[in-house]
Ligand binder design. Structure first.
Ligand code: C2E
Ligand code: MG
Ligand code: MG
Ligand code: MG
Length: 277
């Protein structure tokens, strides 16, 4: 059926599909060497408190490959989750981001908190808590320096283990955030059973908040629900002043987005700190 179209459109699609599979295989095998060849890099996007001050950063990984160029995490993280490399990659990300937050604290910015994205494959492991503890100790950081961002995907697996790990993190002072809130497939019932620290409203609701009343109502309802549950709210993907004004009126707690800054290198982040706070 792939070749049934006389004008060859499905044929084209099929070639594209082949190319896609070839690229996946290439990415999957090349990813094996990404850490040892020093091809991974972290960028940092500032997170602002509603008072307008930078209160932290989200670490976002990039893969800089000789031939393939800069590969987006949207492309290689799923590949690494598939082949298991997310575990060493995730540990590298945690180590590097903690090294950097240690450095920022040493520069005097001790109030800054680092947010790190964590895959469902990482949180679904007994070693995760131990590894985070080891890295915090290595850099002499308190748990309060770290926020782990998890997507709703984590609830598709061993709920008990995930809940146990989240509880242990909370006891260590490490905060947990639900990332991409509202676009996952899970039900809200996990909010009853799992004690997160914060919730990040997905950009999908933010991007048309000034023109789409449904998005506006959803953001407002999410914010009300979250504060009722004792969760703080971060808006992601803020690109315009109008969006920020609407969100501020809703009493969100924190925001990040291209309006303030794209993800940047750590030295550029330090320059931003010295010019703002
Ligand atoms: P995320 O955690 O939801 O991160 C937010 C994404 O939105 C980032 O894309 C960021 O660059 C982008 N963004 C921020 N502000 C704006 C804005 O105003 N407009 C638009 N259009 N985009 C904005 P990025 O860096 O490409 O990362 C994509 C996703 O890859 C992340 O989504 C996260 O799910 C995943 N990811 C990134 N780094 C890591 C990592 O170290 N570990 C894991 N497990 N996943 C990661
Ligand atoms: Mg995130
Ligand atoms: Mg997100
Ligand atoms: Mg996302």
């Amino acid at each position: 059926k792939a070749k049934s179209n006389g004008r060859g459109q499905y044929q084209f699609y099929s070639i594209e599909h082949d190319e896609n599979i070839k690229r996946q295989i290439k990415l999957s095998s090349e990813l094996n060497f990404a850490i040892e060849r020093d091809q991974l890099n972290l960028l940092y996007q500032p997170i602002y408190h509603i008072d307008g001050k930078i209160c932290g950063a989200e670490a976002l990984v990039r893969w800089n490959h000789d031939e393939l160029g800069i590969v987006s995490p949207n492309e290689f993280i799923p590949v690494s989750e598939e082949n298991g490399l997310i575990v060493p990659i995730g540990l590298w990300v945690l180590d590097e981001s903690c090294r950097v937050i240690r450095h920022w604290h040493d520069l005097g910015y001790t109030h800054l908190v680092m947010s790190v994205n964590v895959s469902y494959r990482q949180i679904n492991s007994d070693d995760m808590v131990k590894e985070v503890q080891r890295i915090l100790t290595k850099y002499q950081l308190s748990g309060a320096s770290l926020i782990l961002e998890l997507t709703e995907r984590v609830f598709a697996d061993d709920l008990k283990l995930v809940q146990r790990n989240i509880t242990k993190f909370t006891e260590m002072g490490v905060q947990t955030a639900i990332d991409d809130f509202g676009v996952g497939y899970s039900s809200l019932s996990y909010l009853k059973k799992t004690k997160f620290s914060s919730l990040k409203i997905d950009r999908d609701f933010i991007k048309d908040i000034d023109s789409n009343s449904a998005s506006r109502k959803l953001c407002s309802a999410i914010t009300t629900m979250a504060s009722g549950l004792g969760l703080s709210v971060t808006a992601e993907g803020v690109e315009t002043n109008e969006q920020l004004q609407i969100l501020t009126a809703m009493n969100i707690d924190k925001y990040q987005g291209y309006l303030m800054s794209k993800p940047i290198e750590s030295d550029a982040f330090e320059a931003l700190l010295s010019n703002s706070n």
